[in-house]
Design a protein around this ligand. Structure first.
Ligand code: DAH
Length: 339
């Protein structure tokens, strides 16, 4: 009996020492210490042993069980520790490595340009309103004094949804929508995307953004227009910026003008940037045409107003000295992160 016990211990120890994983040890635990294991059958063999020898053998078997159990547990613990050490090496944080810089984005140059203009008008007490990009012909053209067959429609060909609905060619229809509400005085700007059936080149795109402005009240004059837009020019391009108003024609304003600003690169002397002109064209403007006031339900004898419209991309190109509009739409981060 004693030999059997010793032999069992020896073999168990050998298997434990040679075990390569914890599964082998768990299997061994069941094989030796389980309900139907070797130790249990040794216990059962005790019944064939003379009574006086039983306690001594019983003690030996118990010791063997404890010995095997402890050896298995020690070995399992070692496996766990080894695994933990390996994991520690694999998952170690190397605090010697330089940190990864978070990638901060920023606003697109067009958004920046728009927000700058918005801020300037906000300070002058203007409200920002929105209008739909899918617009009725009636608002985009008719109510702006551009009836069917008017030549201005050729310059602003667009994408038609049907006879009556189109993608707006300008933000000016917002003027008509606001005037129709009849809440005077009006002092608003509106921005958004407009569409034209143009092909893409350095200065054209079938879709671009405009900022529209409208002021309606009693006693509004052309001097108010000049004063307001000159302030805009100074705030946008520097306090020494001069403005020039050239007569022009827009169907919905009378008189109409285009506003130029003195070149902020050469201060009017003439350079490559302003194509030797000394002046740069910025926007279209004028006094709201009495017929437009009338069509929008306002008393043309009581109210007067001025309006203006400018391209957001154009302002961004000028401010950031970018020479090709396409760059603004390509979303190349290497380009955009300069601004
Ligand atoms: N809507 C015109 C365009 O797209 C720009 C414009 C000119 C708007 C004069 C105005 C204005 O409000 O008064 O060419």
């Amino acid at each position: 009996m004693q030999e059997k016990i010793e032999e069992l211990k020896r073999k168990a120890k050998q298997t434990i020492d040679e075990a390569k994983d914890s599964k082998t040890l768990e299997d061994l635990r069941i094989f030796l210490l389980g309900k139907k294991g070797k130790i249990t059958s040794l216990m059962q063999e005790l019944k064939d042993i003379p009574k006086e020898e039983k306690p001594a053998f019983g003690k030996l078997i118990n010791e063997a069980r404890d010995y095997i159990e402890n050896s298995i547990n020690d070995s399992l613990l070692k496996f766990k520790e080894d695994l933990y050490k390996k994991q520690q090496i694999l998952e170690a944080i190397d605090i010697g490595l330089p940190g990864k810089k978070p990638n901060f984005g920023h606003l697109h140059p067009c958004t920046k340009a728009y927000l700058e203009v918005e801020e300037i008008f906000h300070k002058m007490g203007y409200k920002v309103v929105e209008g739909p990009e899918i617009e009725y012909d009636e608002y985009n053209f008719e109510k702006l004094n551009i009836p069917k067959a008017h030549p201005a429609r050729d310059e602003q060909d667009t994408f038609y949804i049907n006879d009556k609905i189109l993608l707006r060619t300008q933000t000016s229809p917002v003027q008509a929508r606001v005037m129709e509400k009849g809440e005077i005085p009006i002092r608003i700007i509106s921005t958004g995307r407009v569409y034209r059936s143009d092909s893409v080149d350095a200065t054209h795109s079938p879709t671009f953004n405009q900022i529209e402005g409208l002021v309606i009240d009693e006693n509004i004059t052309f001097s108010d227009l000049k004063g307001t837009l000159s302030e805009l020019a100074k705030a946008l391009f520097g306090s020494d910026t001069k403005t020039r108003f050239r007569p022009h024609h827009f169907p919905f304003t009378e008189p109409s003008a285009e506003m130029d600003v003195s070149c902020f690169k050469c201060h009017g002397k003439g350079c490559k940037f302003c194509k030797k002109e000394g002046w740069i064209e910025i926007l279209g403007c004028g006094m709201v045409h009495p017929h437009v006031l009338e069509m929008c339900g306002l008393d043309k004898n009581k109210y007067k107003g001025f309006a203006f419209g400018m391209g957001v991309e154009r302002i961004a190109l000028l401010k950031y000295e970018i020479d090709d509009m396409r760059l603004l739409y390509e979303n190349d981060i290497r380009f955009l992160k300069q601004f």
